[in-house]
Ligand binder design. Structure first.
Ligand code: GDP
Ligand code: MN
Length: 398
């Protein structure tokens, strides 16, 4: 689950990480109130959407006085903001901005006396531990830095048993070229940041820029935070931060149906039980000349209601030219799944793409008979190879 910058900063603040102070606003009136609450000084107005690169797209503006606050808040709230990270990039439709963060100008009084750094924490799956990635080249595109000057991006791995150590904090501060008060501030900053990362079950913290101010304070000016969905059950306060407006509507619906769904770019929809079988099914689709349109694990109880919900989700994608249902009937009997497919098919009434059903396991023969005799445009198979051949056949006929 991705969070907005203002929410990410709220989490950081709970763990004592120094942040650029700010107040979120949904209207120009709220922006004005936030500005006076912050002391009526220079502020920065920042669009809150789930995408980075907002600065490049005109979603971050400095406001020197009340007039500027009104102008920029007025322009940014309600705009379709295009950034290199919104769907389709700078040529795409952009994302609607519903909220702005009004934040103190952290770079005052002297922008040039400040220095922007890059700090992120994420899981290194190969090393099986968390890694802190950092660079002196913050603020700009870290991908470009990594590509053109990889030596400027450094990594520090954290032992999961002993945790983040003081010497590591000092090593990072040293490698960033910090000294004196800024050095001490940074070691506190990074130590608390790591604690916040672990405690909130995050899968990503990206602080870019992490700012050293003219008077040697260290602040998180931006915060990109992703929380591991599988850990949300133990963080109801974080779960409450979910912003469904920012998420893909099909993903939201799949979540509500408790289906494990990931949209892909292909033309063959898949409905499978079990993640391993789903992966194997996607391989088979590729081998038979198709491209999977999605990953979808319906879970253990593939009854009529779940099958119908899964159909609905898959058919939202106009690119789908065929659907392959591949279900292993172990706990759930194949004839029950077959009945579910037939019922769902009849209930939906408007399914025009061919459906290939491969049911294997308990009562597989009965299930095949039921599908074959249903009179619906549903092809059945027992062997996976037969199912694959059917996929190839319907795709070439389509
Ligand atoms: P992003 O473009 O979506 O990553 O948004 P950021 O929060 O990183 O802001 C983009 C850029 O705006 C930063 O790299 C800064 O250069 C600038 N910026 C952000 N906050 C301030 C601020 O308080 N004062 C000034 N002068 N510039 C700021
Ligand atoms: Mn940023």
């Amino acid at each position: 689950m991705n969070l907005h910058e203002y929410q990410g900063k709220e989490i950081l603040q709970r763990y004592g990480v120094a942040i650029q102070t700010g107040i979120v606003a949904q209207s120009v009136a709220e922006a004005e109130a936030a500005w006076s609450q912050l002391g009526s000084g220079v502020v920065v107005i920042k669009a809150q959407i789930h995408a980075g690169g907002r600065g490049k797209g005109g979603g971050v503006k400095l406001a020197k006085n009340l007039d500027d606050v009104k102008t920029h808040a007025g322009n940014i709230i309600g705009m379709m903001l295009r950034t290199p990270q919104t769907p389709g990039g700078m040529e795409g439709p952009g994302k609607l901005v519903r909220k702005v963060l009004i934040a103190e100008d952290s770079y005052a009084p002297d922008f040039n006396a400040c220095k922007e750094y890059y700090v992120s924490i994420l899981m290194d799956r190969e090393k099986k531990c968390n890694v802190i990635i950092y660079s002196t080249e913050g603020g700009m595109d870290i991908e470009a830095v990594a590509e053109h000057t990889p030596e400027k991006v450094q990594k520090e791995w954290v032992d999961p048993i002993s945790g983040f150590q003081g010497f590591q904090a000092r090593k990072i501060a040293f490698n960033l070229g910090l000294s004196g008060k800024a050095f001490k501030e940074f070691t506190t900053f990074i130590t608390k940041l790591y604690t916040a990362f672990v405690a909130s079950d995050a899968s990503l913290f990206e602080i870019n820029p992490c700012l050293r101010t003219g008077d040697d304070r260290i602040l998180a000016v931006d915060a990109k935070v992703t929380i591991d969905d599988n850990a949300l059950y133990r963080h109801p306060d974080l779960e409450a931060m979910r912003d469904k407006d920012e998420e893909d509507p099909t993903d939201v619906e799949a979540q509500e149906f408790e289906l494990n769904y990931v949209k892909l770019d292909g033309n063959v929809g898949c409905m499978v039980n079990g993640a391993g079988l789903a992966m194997a099914t996607m391989d088979i689709i590729k081998l038979s000349g198709g491209e999977p349109a999605n990953f979808l694990d319906v879970g253990g109880t593939a009854d009529a209601a779940r099958v119908e919900n899964a159909f609905k989700i898959i058919l939202k994608d106009p690119a789908v030219k065929a659907i392959l249902i591949n279900i292993f009937g172990g706990i759930v009997r194949c004839d029950r799944v077959a009945q579910g497919v037939i019922d769902a098919y009849k209930n939906m009434g408007n399914i025009s793409v061919p459906i290939i059903v491969r049911l294997q396991g308990t009562n597989a023969d009965l299930a095949k008979k039921m599908i074959d005799e249903s009179g619906l445009k549903v092809y059945s198979a027992i062997q996976l190879a037969e199912a694959a051949a059917l996929v190839t056949k319907v795709l070439t006929e389509a």
